[in-house]
Design a binder for this molecule. Structure first.
Ligand code: FAD
Length: 402
């Protein structure tokens, strides 16, 4: 029987391994980390991601994880609240935007995959290189911590994230899109004012932006956008004082008072781009390895899960029939590329639009005056939601066919 090696047990790799194993394919999943307990992993699921998990047959199990719905978006400009837009949770019902613990989601997917005899999971094993036979990839060389090993495979699927080793070793080129910021993540105890509430708060002032929301564990997760590379300098001084200048007084005071109870900070080197080619003979890239996503509007997990579904649709028949895996892999990237291109364009457009407005002080005064008048107007909510439709529901039709 043909054998697939999947490198990386993030959302793309864990989901694809489950789908392949369930269809009787022999899969070896290789993950560098010994456990999934990294505090700062993405955790917002859009309707696209929730629908993908439903199609994978794990929605009841996902619902049983601790999760929180997002109820609204609140925008602060120069530390003053200017706008509140309701998230249409009540209208969308089940698939409304929610935050879930990614470690538990990954445990769930790999546990489900473990129920199938063809699945094996090597945790704490790092891919170090690809094996080649002529111009075809024939497997992967790994380091298990107890020594080096090779895994021969008919197809190696690189789901190893933004800095993908599989991508680098297979010569598939990443075309970077211009994004010039990094994100500093940290968690704090939840302030009294947000107890029992779950909005996403956006703080903007001049060129600076931060956002915060109550995470699945009831703590406040904060993301502070800084210039690319600026963290090296910021970390040497009292960086929290710089960060809280963006926040309203009630939150700034809380952040400074509860800093002893902070998790993080963890800097995320933001890389955004996509490969023109996702595959070469014997190798296919998925998720952030093929198209590292911007953090804007929480798309990365959702796109990775949809990649896994499309990959299963094309690969399962080819793997079962001993068919042409290179052609099947090329079909995956052809089908996924239009959605990825469009979503990345929307993310960049949104960030540039915000930046453009904030860099024009003459625009800010009327905005500060008008925005509160627009809050809670039904037509404003409709316009906001319409503008974000594709970021919530996707661009192309994705459904599991195998
Ligand atoms: C702090 C943070 C917050 C985010 N917030 C959101 C959000 O709210 N919503 C959202 O949709 N997206 C969010 N994202 C982005 C999202 O997490 C990613 O886009 C998504 O996880 C991509 O999934 P993936 O499976 O392609 O890659 P990853 O999740 O990056 O998984 C790659 C896996 O490969 C493993 N790996 C890497 N190299 C090797 C190797 N050599 N050998 C073996 N294993 C290897 C890694 O350990 C990792 O487990 C966030 C990202 C971060 C960092």
């Amino acid at each position: 029987m043909l054998h697939v090696a999947v490198v990386g047990a993030g959302p793309a790799g864990a989901a694809l391994s489950l789908l392949l194993a369930r269809r009787g394919i022999r899969v070896t999943l290789v993950e560098r980390e010994r456990d999934f307990e990294r505090t700062f992993r993405g955790e917002a699921l859009m309707p696209t991601g929730l629908e993908a998990l439903r199609a994978m047959g794990v929605r009841d199990e996902v619902d049983a994880l601790p999760w929180r719905p997002i109820e609204a978006w609140e925008v602060y400009l120069d530390r003053r609240p200017i706008m509140h837009v309701r998230e249409p949770g009540a209208d969308l019902g089940d698939p409304a935007l929610r935050v879930v613990p990614q470690p538990q989601l990954l445990q769930l997917l790999t546990r489900e995959a473990g129920a199938f005899p063809g699945f094996s999971f090597l945790q704490g094993a790092s891919a170090r290189d690809l094996l080649h036979e002529g111009d075809r990839v024939r497997g992967v060389r790994i380091d298990t911590g107890e020594g080096a090993r090779t895994i021969e495979a008919d197809l190696v699927i690189g789901c190893d994230g933004r800095a993908s080793l599989v991508r680098k070793r297979s010569g598939l080129e990443l075309e970077l899109l211009p994004e010039s910021y990094d994100v500093i993540w940290f968690k704090l105890p939840v302030p009294d004012r947000l107890r029992g509430r779950t909005p996403i708060l956006i703080f903007a002032s001049g060129p600076d932006v931060a956002l915060a929301y109550v995470s699945w564990d009831g703590r406040l997760q904060v993301a502070w956008l800084v210039d690319k590379g600026a963290w090296r300098e910021l970390r040497r001084r009292d960086w929290l004082v710089d960060c809280v200048r963006l926040l309203p007084d009630w939150l700034a005071d809380h952040a400074l008072a509860s800093r002893a109870d902070m998790e993080g900070p963890v800097p995320l080197d933001v890389i955004v781009g996509r490969c023109a080619q996702w595959c070469a003979p014997g190798v296919l890239l998925l998720g952030d390895a093929a198209h590292p996503m911007s953090p804007v509007r929480a798309q990365g997990i959702n796109m990775a899960l949809r990649d896994a579904i499309v990959a299963a649709n094309h690969l399962v028949p080819a793997l079962r029939a001993g068919g042409d895996l290179t052609a099947a892999s090329a079909a995956v990237s052809r089908e996924r590329m239009p959605e990825i291109q469009r979503i990345q364009t929307l993310q960049i457009r949104e960030l540039r639009g915000q930046r453009w407005a904030r860099q024009r002080p003459w625009l800010m005064k009327p905005l500060l005056w008008i925005a509160p008048l627009l809050t809670s107007r039904a037509w404003v909510e409709r316009a906001w939601l319409r503008q974000q439709r594709e970021l919530r529901f996707g661009v192309t039709e994705v459904s599991l066919a195998v």
